[in-house]
Design a protein around this ligand. Structure first.
Ligand code: ASP
Length: 345
């Protein structure tokens, strides 16, 4: 009996210490919208799945090596920002004036520090600029010309505005402006047409924002979101992506969330913070909280889009009320899962 009890104690000690091993997890999205099987060619589908795989594995590698959630997010979002398939960095959608005005934000769940930029025009990686705002300025959010100046001064990589140009997004703008009976502006100076990868981009409605949430081995969560906003935006419109609590939020007390969809609804519902508040104050599971906000509240308000989320205990979730969302998740000891359509897990 004694030996048995000792064995049980020993076994639980061994299991307990194994379970106490830090775990890591990463969830990625590349936008939500009208994404149905019939809409994507096999080449497009393969391109999106390959991109999501590459990005998620790159972020996972940082975490597996003991890197921070912030570093994993930045590494993964760099790849998404460079990839013309997604509406962030190169491949961003155009404003009605034919410009690319980029928004991004990042938040550290361990310290509740956050950084965000809105309407920047020359930064190759807006997510890194958001991180620079968080780490190198006393502020949380910078916008427009001032943010472009801070970008130069902080040493962020600069590009000509035409770097962001893709033919596919330009055509989406032309279509949008024709519907709105607005004039089509001239193309940005130096815009280069024809790019095979960009040609595969799918017009999923107006969206395509990217976001990554991660849990690192130290038990900290973080969230990052980067976008060109919505096609044909006017008057300096800013969506939810750079607004802390709306399109992005992270706290070790609850969870980390990145959102995509019609930003106006996400701002009004403070979607990202709302998901975490339900976890923190109501004790909901991460999936239940995400579903409550997206399937119930967002849907009731007439909004569309979705979220990805991760919690310090390793829970991962996604929820969206559109026909699809580009998404992937990976965690220590778990296989990679990539999805596009609603009927996938
Ligand atoms: N949420 C973004 C915005 O409203 C758009 C998107 O998710 O694609 O700017």
């Amino acid at each position: 009996m004694r030996t048995f009890a000792l064995a049980v104690v020993l076994a639980s000690f061994v299991t307990g210490s194994a379970m106490a091993q830090p775990k890591w997890a990463i969830v990625v999205h590349g936008g939500a919208g009208v994404i149905e099987r019939a809409d994507l060619t096999p080449e497009q589908e393969a391109a999106y799945r390959a991109a999501l795989t590459k990005v998620t594995e790159a972020g996972g590698e940082v975490l597996a090596k003991g890197g921070s959630a912030l570093d994993a997010i930045e590494a993964a979002i760099h790849l998404l920002e460079d990839d013309p398939l997604f509406n962030s960095g190169r491949g961003a959608v155009f404003t009605a004036e034919g410009r690319n005005e980029l928004d991004a934000s990042i938040m550290d769940g361990a310290t509740l520090k956050a950084g965000a930029v809105a309407g920047v025009t020359r930064t190759r990686h807006p997510i890194s600029l958001a991180r620079a705002v968080m780490e190198k300025s006393p502020h949380v959010m910078l916008m427009g010309a001032g943010a472009d100046t801070f970008s130069r001064e902080s040493g962020a990589e600069q590009v000509e505005p035409a770097y962001f140009f893709t033919e596919r997004r330009w055509r989406s703008l032309e279509k949008f402006l024709a519907e709105q009976k607005l004039p089509v502006p001239s193309r940005p100076t130096g815009a280069v047409v024809a790019d095979e990868a960009a040609a595969l981009a799918h017009d999923e409605g107006k969206y395509g924002t990217v976001g990554v949430v991660a849990l690192d081995q130290a038990g900290h969560v973080a969230a990052g979101t980067s976008t060109g906003g919505t096609t044909g935006k006017r008057w300096g419109r800013v969506g939810d992506s750079p607004i802390i609590g709306a399109g992005n939020y992270a706290s070790d007390a609850s969870c980390a969330v990145s959102a995509t969809g019609t930003g106006e609804y996400f701002i009004r519902l403070t979607v990202a913070r709302e998901v975490c508040a339900l976890v923190e104050h109501k004790g909901l599971s991460l999936q239940a909280a995400a579903d409550e906000v997206i399937q119930t509240k967002l849907t009731a308000l007439g909004g569309d889009g979705g979220v990805i989320a991760v919690a310090p205990d390793g829970q991962m979730a996604w929820s969206y009320n559109t026909s699809g969302m580009y998404r992937a998740r990976l965690a220590a000891g778990e296989p990679l899962s990539v999805g596009i359509y609603k009927d996938e897990p």
